[in-house]
Write a protein that binds this ligand. Structure first.
Ligand code: PEP
Ligand code: CO
Length: 448
């Protein structure tokens, strides 16, 4: 018989992917301090996201979850946050305008600082160093000092998440996300490209529609949906001490919420049914995600649904599949069939990034936009075949003009990868490639 859930009960279970903290006492002191800090998000906001995701599960909305693979303590600026937000707003506009489906917007942002690694150490020259685990844990520089896990980084992560969230709230509620500004979201380096011009055409259409409605006597000033956007935060709940410290009991319902972000997800490497990550997140009432790679079996997935969403609450659980372009249809269809048969009301989202990573000729970790689009196409095909709803995408992108992924209408070639390869971890789509993806997605969504 298992003990009742509490924010600390995960400590009895096996927690994969935790850093080797050199000083347990220093870690516990930091966690104690974090536990006294204000929550970053509120329970009511997490419930609103669950409700929006319930309409995705019901086939009436689409989920766009996007942002960095790993946020950086160094590349932390208002401009970078603004540019990422406006790219996500642009993508949402393309999807909504082309398909008529509302888009639920969730950033991989304001807390996405910790990374799971396939190996705990990395060979650098003649020595084995601890792997880089994200700025919440250590630094990327290839020295023993830099790679030492430092718990004070958890405090820095909290403060950076807090100011990022503060700016996001200001941008989304304070005028920047006003639909009247739809043209201003197009950045200069994007506007001159083919994707940028396609976007301008949509922005023109929206402007005309707004003018038309105003001319009909509709008071657009009073329609707050036109002037504000609901934008939610998410990250992989990897470092369970940090998540525990930010878990608070909601005074209204008595339920526990992990107040470090609106949505938390479980990674492909930490989704063991009897592991600490699943055990911890099962007890918080936030909407949850769970990654599923090509090795996921139907039994495992049904098990995850039962543990993470025993009451079958629509919007509670989003299954994020990352199978690889070649495997997606074969791997996904049995899972769709099994979950449908079980009556679990999940959101299905496609992560077309993590199953399509390879090393370029020049030694860079990269992805080709064609493979990314092929996985999304296969995802839609699998859902069409099984009669289920392709509910969303989960992508790694940046608003910057980087050269990390190959391909796109303004093609990034192997030889370009060194020009602006700036990611902390996995390669991200740049702004133009992200718009390419949004236009393709809009076509698929319309057809679905
Ligand atoms: C990620 O989303 O950055 C990640 C590590 O994904 P996965 O757990 O699917 O490998
Ligand atoms: Co990644």
């Amino acid at each position: 018989m298992s003990l009742p859930w509490s924010p600390v009960s995960w400590r009895e279970l096996v927690a994969a992917q935790q850093p080797d903290w050199p000083d347990e006492l220093a870690l516990e002191l930091v966690l104690k301090q974090l536990a006294t800090y204000p929550p970053l998000v509120f329970a009511g906001e997490a419930r609103a996201l669950t409700a929006s995701l319930a309409s995705v599960a019901d086939g009436k909305a689409f989920l766009l979850q996007a942002g960095d693979c790993a946020e950086s303590f160094d590349a932390f600026s208002a401009d970078a946050i603004r540019d990422k937000l406006r790219l996500i707003l642009q993508m949402a506009v393309i999807l909504t305008y082309s398909s008529g489906v509302p888009v639920v917007k969730v950033g991989r942002i304001a807390g996405q600082f910790a990374k799971p690694r396939s190996s705990p150490t990395e060979r650098v020259g003649e020595v084995d160093l601890p792997s880089f685990r994200g700025h919440m844990v250590n630094d990327m520089a290839p020295t023993a000092d830099a790679r030492m896990a430092d718990p004070t980084r958890l405090l820095t992560a909290y403060h950076q998440a807090s100011s990022t969230l503060n700016l996001l709230r200001a941008f989304t509620k304070g005028g920047f996300a006003d639909l009247n500004r739809v043209h201003a979201w197009n950045q200069e380096f994007v506007a001159s490209s083919r994707q940028g011009r396609r976007y301008e055409a949509i922005a023109d259409g929206i402007e005309r529609a707004l003018r038309f409605m105003a001319a009909c006597g509709i008071n657009l000033d009073s329609e707050h949906q036109l002037h504000q956007v609901d934008f939610y935060t998410s990250h992989e709940a990897l470092l369970l001490g940090y998540e525990e410290a930010l878990t608070r009991q909601d005074s209204l319902t008595g339920d526990w919420y992990d107040c470090s972000a609106h949505l938390l997800w479980i990674g492909e490497r930490t989704r063991a049914l009897d592991g600490a990550h699943v055990g911890f997140l099962a007890g918080v009432a936030n909407p949850l995600g769970c990654k599923l790679g090509p090795s996921a079996t139907a039994d495992e997935v049904i098990g995850l649904c039962e543990v993470l969403n025993p009451d079958k609450v629509p919007g509670r659980l989003t299954l994020v599949t990352r199978m690889g372009a070649d495997a997606v249809e074969d791997r996904l269809r049995p899972l769709l069939r099994a979950v449908k048969g079980s009556g679990h009301p999940v959101v299905w989202a496609c992560d077309p990034m993590h199953g399509n990573t390879f090393t370029s000729v020049g030694g860079r970790k990269t992805r080709h936009l064609d493979a990314v689009l092929a996985e999304i196409t296969g995802f839609f095909a699998a859902h069409r075949a099984e009669g289920t709803f392709p509910g969303g995408v989960h992508v790694e992108l940046t608003g910057d003009d980087v050269t990390e992924c190959l391909g796109g209408a303004e093609e990034v070639l192997d030889a370009h990868l060194d020009q602006r390869y700036e990611t902390m971890c996995d390669p991200r789509l740049n702004a133009r490639q992200s718009l390419d993806l949004a236009f393709r997605l809009a076509e698929l969504l319309r057809a679905a």
